[in-house]
Design a protein around this ligand. Structure first.
Ligand SMILES: NC(=O)C1=CN([C@@H]2O[C@H](COP(=O)(O)OP(=O)(O)OC[C@H]3O[C@@H](n4cnc5c(N)ncnc54)[C@H](OP(=O)(O)O)[C@@H]3O)[C@@H](O)[C@H]2O)C=CC1
Ligand SMILES: O=C(O)[C@@H]1CCC=N1
Length: 271
């Protein structure tokens, strides 16, 4: 197990991972350090909220970390790596969660044989329920992969994928929670418009999503079969699904995933 972990980047994803790690007990708070580019207030907030160390000095942050987690936007990767490169050594493991940016590109930015793992978690890490995909760069060993799998397994599920699949994985699992939230927002808006109070709508929707997820997990059935089981001929579900078809729901969702995937490819090409 890693002894010390440094977060470079202290935004929403860093916080999700950080809180997931602390909740799971994977690392004690004393072993975690966080830094960012310039937002001191944000560091103070995280320091207070999670009782962790934060320092603006990146050298100090990465110096004795076993794992350095890069949680910056893809377009900030180069500057972030520039600021820590000289303080890294090949005994450390660098994990990047940036969308689109390949391990090859990261290694080129580093210009050194530092082991690199690329991971694509999602914000459900904060609740220990991320679906994280992981791939390893050319300098990372099976042991480094095992460390990353162990780390992200404490935040939900962790699955190794081929690097070429990372764009697709990002589109369905990294971005995925947002699409589910959008669906819930839309159903909630319709329920409220029909007169249901917000709290009741939210309670029912949360359990409906959780129940459907549980059925997908435990029933062994395809989603299409589960959908058919809900749909009585001539009933309410059929009426609702027909409205979705009129709105080209399937096509819209497929376009959504394709657009997210294409954006991931674009983000990786900006270097
Ligand atoms: N949000 C999500 O659901 C997911 C995001 N990701 C990936 O995670 C990464 C971070 O996303 P997210 O947390 O949403 O982004 P945020 O914008 O919330 O956070 C970005 C963080 O990076 C910091 N930063 C920027 N430049 C530097 C630098 N040179 N050195 C150190 N820190 C720096 C910022 O600091 P400051 O505020 O001081 O500028 C900020 O703390 C992205 O690459 C994204 O693709 C992956 C999976 C899911
Ligand atoms: O929207 C993004 O670019 C990031 C990557 C996956 C989820 N959020």
């Amino acid at each position: 197990m890693a002894e010390k972990m440094a977060f470079i980047g202290a935004g929403s994803m860093a916080e999700s991972i950080l809180s997931g790690i602390l909740n799971s007990g994977f690392l004690p708070k004393e072993n975690i350090m966080v830094t960012n580019k310039s937002d001191q207030k944000r560091l103070e907030h995280l320091g207070k909220q999670y009782n962790i160390s934060y320092v603006e000095d990146k050298q100090q942050t990465v110096a004795d970390a076993h794992i350095v987690l890069l949680a910056v936007k893809p377009y900030d990767m180069e500057a972030a790596i520039d600021s820590i490169r000289d303080h890294l050594d090949t005994g450390q493991l660098l994990i990047s969660i940036a969308a689109g940016v390949s391990t090859e590109t990261i290694s080129q930015m580093l210009g050194r044989d530092i082991p690199v793992i690329r991971a694509m978690p999602n914000t459900s890490a904060a609740a220990g329920a991320s679906a994280t995909a992981i791939t390893r760069g050319k300098f990372a060993t099976e042991d480094h992969l095992a460390t990353a799998l162990e780390l992200f397994s404490t935040l939900g599920t962790a699955t190794e994928v081929a690097e070429e699949d990372m764009h697709t994985v990002t589109a369905i699992a990294g971005s995925g929670p947002a699409y589910v939230y959008y669906l819930v927002e839309s159903m909630e808006a319709a329920a409220i418009e029909a007169g249901l109070n917000k709290q009741t709508a939210q309670e029912l929707l949360i359990q409906t999503i959780a129940g459907a997820a549980e059925m997908l997990r435990s029933s062994g059935e395809d989603p299409s079969k589960l959908r058919e089981n809900v749909t009585s001929p001539g009933g309410t579900t059929q009426a609702g699904l027909e409205a979705l078809d009129q709105g080209h729901f399937r096509e819209a969702v497929m376009n959504c995933v394709t657009s997210a995937r294409e954006r991931s490819i674009e983000l990786g090409k900006t270097f």
